[in-house]
Each structure stands twice: as structure tokens, then as C-alpha cells.
Design a protein around this ligand. Structure first.
Ligand SMILES: [Zn+2]
Ligand SMILES: [Zn+2]
Length: 580
């Protein structure tokens, strides 16, 4: 957020508070910051009426009226006692004042249009002149605990959205409405893709047959992009002896997020990461420099105890299937290896229609901070990543200080069909795990040498990726991903035989096809096919039987008569080329 916009949003939080106090004199103000899309203010209404969503219009109207008189902020530094006097009776502000006093910081009061609040500053200089009254809007009301602690009183949070211009506000609102329509939880239900059972538990979605087809297609495609590039498939169990994660350091890192499992007297964990397992597979061999790089691939499920409040559909879950892979290589091989992975990422995201708008964060060491590994290795790894990024013509930004403690990385951000950014693929160099597990291979001088590990995930997690794809395509998947690819619709019973013949022919060549020979009217059958967002349906009437042809209709409204062999060719080519 640019600073000017942040100042506007912060100022609007003040304006909201002032309007609320005029309409609800019993209200006690607490805190009200600027946020990503606007602002909010947490207010205690326990001494009288609490506004509801239906009152937002009135409050907003009052804000706009007040804005006309808000032309200048003034501020004064006051003593803690003076501040306490000003906010006497408001236990929340008194608590804040005491905290500021205890930290030894100065206490400032900011006033605009006759309204004074405890504040550190950062406002529009002349709100009336700077803030467009049509570029903000009160959005919703929610509950929030004082200082986010559930032991504290529940306050009322009033949210507002605010932008520089009315057009930007409108664009944002359209995006939100569109996102609601595309919500994968809603579409997942409507299209019968997945379900969440309270008996199985939150954050543990169950894929239904149609959802599984999509996942399987994505997984198969991912493997097809790897199998000719020197990767081998491996498999690792879901539980592991806890000592593995004690050695790797993950037990400490994951802490309470780790699912612990007891087996007899032994302590196990559901694995939160696949990396240590792949290290053990590497360690079981005596590799020489001629064997390097070694590459393992495994779509594997890991388990993490995410807090229940953070769980959501497929995008935030407790069972996460990573399309995981680890490479073991020499420092001199990083550039080539990373280039190959970048090539896979490019191809995968191009196919998904996400490569038009993306950027890559090249996260490197900062000036301070604890980093593992020598300067020479870091410099080589960082320059190798940068070289691979340049070689592949990536739209990348070097971000200082964002590297993991164990190595530099490339993180890929993609924008979906409605402009939301998702961090999906990642490539990370790791100098730490090879050290922890004492991994080595024999170099050309017969000496033991430490390999570098590269972690890479293309889709990130299959669950989250599926959630993103459902929203990106708004449920209208490309043909190759569609659970049902084509439906045969006879106009009436009289065409059933010919329709069954077409159905059998398409099934025989491997298409996911169905036959709708229900008694419903043709109009209803077509409406159903459209509601289910099927890419194609084939309508069969007498004309088609006479001419030994079919009419192929697509969900976007085009229709074309063709022979059966032309139809088969058309569909198979579209699948083969993974056309969007
Ligand atoms: Zn302020
Ligand atoms: Zn890993």
C-alpha cells in the first residue's frame, strides 16, 4: 500500500470513530488501524445499542457529512495524566495509555474537525481535499476480542473499504463479488467435487469421484513433465519415528503443529515434511560424482495441525499433498538443475493459463540475520539461481533478507483469472539438511563431498492448487481436466439407439462420456449440462441420424455439425494439446 493511501485509510478510521460517537454517544473507542483494503475500528457498545449491518448506511452518511469539516489535523504531546483525564471512563484507552507510559514513549493526541483520538500519527494532511467521499464505503460488522484475546471482552468491529478513486473501489467490489461466485467451496458442492464431513474433521476434505478425476489429471500431468528429466519416483510412509524429526530439527520447528502418534512405547509423528525421508533414501546409497544429480519425485501427503479458525475448503487444510521433489547435486550443477525446474514450472503454468501475469521472488540473504553455510556457497547458490532466472527470461525481483536460513530460493507468484495473486511454485536451495544428515558422495579425487539439496514443488499443494484452479476456471475446466468431457443427448427416445452407439464409440477411445437418455425434455437436459459446466454436449435428432452426423455444442454457445470421426478427432486433439 502506498503511504498516501495508508494515510487516507487511517484518517477514515478516525472519521468512522467520530461518526459513531455522534450517533452512539455511549460507545467506547478502542483501536482502529488501516488495513489492506481499507480500515476498521473496534468499538465497545456494551453500555447501550449496538449497531448492526442495517445501520452502516447511516454511519457512512454521517462520515461523509463530517468529512466536509475535516480540513486539518493538529496534534499535541500530553502527559499520561492529561491523557487519562481525557479518556476517563474508557478502560480500553486507559490500558493503552498505561502501556505507552510503561514503554517510556511520548503520548500524542490528534484532533481533526473537533474529534480527538489517542494516536501516533500518519494522516492525510487535509482530509476534505484529499479523500474522495465516493471512494470509501462501510462494508460489514464483525465481532473481535479486545487485543485479539478470547479472555477479553468482545468488541464490535466496523470494517470499511477505501481506495484512491471511486473507480478503484468499484473494481475492487466487482472482484469480491466475482470471487464469491467462484468460491471453490460453493462450486465444489455444486459440481460435486469434494465434501467435508464433521465426523472426519475440519481441514480434512474428502475428494469425491469427480474431484479425484481432476486431481489425478493434475498429478499425472506433473509426473509426465518430470519423468523424462531424470527423476525417479519414490514412496515414503505417512508416519515416522519422532527421532527423524528431532535430527532434522523439524520437531522443534513445527512444535504444536506436529501430530504426535503413540505406538507401543515409541513416539511417532505424522510427517509434516517429506524432505528428511528423501534424505534417508539418498543416504542409503554410496553415490559417486558420476551419479549426481540424484532426483526424487513423490506426490506425498503431509499433516500439520493448522488452527481451526484458519481452515478453509481446499486451500487451508490439515492434510496437504505436496507434489514434492528433492534433488541432490553439486554447487556447480545448481544452475542447470534450477533451469530444468523453471522449464517445468513454465510449461505447467502455461497449460493452466496462469503464465500471462506472474512474477518471481529471488530471495537472497540480508545484511543481518543468521544464515547457515559459508559465504562462498551462498554466493554461488544465489548467483546460480539468478543465472537460471535470467537464462529462462523470468520476470524476477531480487528480495534481500527473504531467504530461508538454510538457503536462497525462488518463489513464483501467479495471478488468477480475476487478478488475485497466489504463491504456488517454489525452488529452494538447502545447505542445512545435507549437514544435519551428514550426506555425502565421492568426488573425482576419491574424497567425500557434501551435496546441496534443492527442494522443489510445482503446484505447491495439490489440495490448494485444486482450490485455486476451481476458482480460476470458475468451475468450467478445460476439456482435459473436466470430470465429464462430453454428454450425449438424444432429442427423444426415438434416437436412443443411435445415441448409444455414439456413446459407446466415444467411450471406447477413452473419453469421459455419458448418455442422458432420461425422460426429461431436451431443454432440461441441455440446461443440466450447462449447469454442470460440461465443456461439450452432443445433441442427436432425426437429422443427425439421417445424415450420420452429430451436432457438437459447447458450453460457450457454439455449435457445429460433423461426422463421428471428425468429432472424435476434434476432442482427442483438444485433450492431447491440453487446450484452454
Ligand atoms: Zn491517527
Ligand atoms: Zn523439501
Amino acid at each position: 500500500m502506498n503511504q498516501q493511501l495508508e494515510h487516507k485509510r487511517h484518517t477514515l478510521a478516525h472519521l468512522l470513530a467520530a461518526a459513531v460517537l455522534e450517533l452512539y454517544p455511549h460507545a467506547k473507542l478502542t483501536l482502529g488501524p488501516a488495513i489492506d483494503n481499507g480500515f476498521y475500528y473496534d468499538i465497545d457498545f456494551s453500555d447501550g445499542n449496538t449497531p448492526g449491518d442495517e445501520d452502516l448506511k447511516e454511519i457512512q452518511k454521517r462520515m461523509k457529512k463530517l468529512l466536509n469539516k475535516w480540513t486539518e489535523f493538529t496534534h499535541e504531546v500530553v502527559s499520561a495524566d492529561k491523557a487519562r483525564e481525557k479518556f476517563s471512563g474508557n478502560q480500553f484507552k486507559l490500558e493503552l495509555i498505561n502501556d505507552i507510559e510503561n514503554r517510556g514513549e511520548t503520548i500524542t493526541l490528534y484532533t481533526c474537525g473537533g474529534f480527538t483520538d489517542l494516536c501516533r500519527g500518519g494522516h492525510s494532511e487535509n482530509p476534505k481535499a484529499e479523500i474522495d467521499p465516493d471512494a470509501f464505503k462501510l462494508d460489514k460488522i464483525a465481532g473481535a476480542y479486545w487485543r485479539g484475546d478470547e479472555k477479553n471482552p468482545m468488541l464490535t468491529r466496523i470494517y470499511g473499504i477505501a481506495f484512491d478513486t471511486a473507480e478503484e473501489l468499484e473494481t475492487y467490489e466487482k472482484q469480491i463479488a466475482e470471487a464469491k461466485e467462484r468460491d471453490h467451496r460453493k462450486l465444489g458442492k455444486e459440481l460435486d467435487l469434494f465434501t467435508i464431513s464433521p465426523l472426519v474433521g475440519a481441514g480434512l476434505p474428502l475428494l469425491k469421484p469427480k474431484g479425484m478425476i481432476i486431481r489425478q489429471q493434475i498429478e499425472n500431468y506433473l509426473w509426465s513433465l518430470h519423468k523424462d528429466k531424470g527423476y525417479s519416483r519414490v514412496w515414503t510412509p505417512h508416519i515416522t519415528n519422532l527421532s527423524l524429526y528431532e535430527t532434522s530439527g523439524h520437531a522443534e520447528k513445527f512444535g504444536d503443529e506436529l501430530f504426535r502418534v503413540k505406538g507401543g512405547e515409541e513416539d511417532f509423528a505424522l510427517k509434516p515434511m517429506n524432505c528428511p525421508h528423501h534424505m534417508q533414501i539418498f543416504a542409503d546409497n554410496q553415490f559417486s560424482y558420476r551419479d549426481m544429480p540424484v532426483r526424487y519425485f513423490e506426490p506425498a501427503t503431509v499433516y500439520r495441525y493448522e488452527k481451526s479458525g484458519q481452515l478453509s475448503g481446499l486451500t487451508r487444510v490439515r492434510a496437504i499433498t505436496q507434489d514434492d521433489g528433492h534433488l541432490f547435486c553439486r554447487v556447480s550443477q545448481i544452475t542447470d538443475e534450477v533451469s530444468t525446474i523453471v522449464g517445468i514450472i513454465r510449461e505447467f503454468y502455461k497449460t493452466m493459463g496462469l503464465l500471462n501475469d506472474y512474477w518471481v521472488s529471488l530471495s537472497v540473504r540480508g545484511k543481518d540475520g543468521m544464515y547457515l553455510g559459508g559465504d562462498d556457497v551462498w554466493e554461488k547458490a544465489e548467483s546460480s539461481l539468478e543465472e537460471a532466472a535470467k537464462k529462462n527470461d523470468l520476470n524476477y525481483k531480487r528480495v534481500e533478507g527473504e531467504a530461508a536460513f538454510y538457503g536462497p530460493k525462488l518463489d513464483f507468484m501467479f495471478k488468477d483469472a480475476i487478478g488475485r495473486e497466489w504463491q504456488l511454485a517454489t525452488i529452494q536451495c538447502d545447505f542445512n539438511l545435507p549437514e544435519k544428515f551428514d550426506l555425502k558422495f565421492i568426488n573425482e579425487n576419491g574424497e567425500k563431498e557434501r551435496p546441496v539439496v534443492i527442494h522443489r514443488a510445482i503446484s505447491g499443494s495439490l489440495e490448494r492448487f485444486m482450490g485455486v484452479m476451481i476458482e480460476h476456471f470458475a468451475g468450467a475446466f478445460p476439456l482435459w481436466l473436466s470430470p465429464e468431457q462430453v454428454r450425449i443427448i438424444p432429442v427423444s427416445d426415438a434416437q436412443n439407439d443411435y445415441a448409444s452407439h455414439i456413446y459407446a464409440e466415444l467411450k471406447a477411445i477413452g473419453l469421459r462420456v455419458s448418455l442422458d437418455d432420461n425422460k426429461d425434455s431436451m431443454g432440461k437436459k441441455i440446461r443440466n449440462a450447462k449447469k454442470e459446466k460440461l465443456p461439450y454436449f452432443v445433441v442427436i435428432g432425426d437429422k443427425e441420424i439421417q445424415e450420420k452426423s452429430v451436432t457438437l455444442e459447447s458450453r460457450d454457445g457454439t455449435s457445429k455439425q460433423m461426422s463421428l470421426s471428425a468429432l472424435a478427432n476434434h476432442l482427442l486433439t483438444e485433450i492431447e494439446t491440453k487446450q484452454i
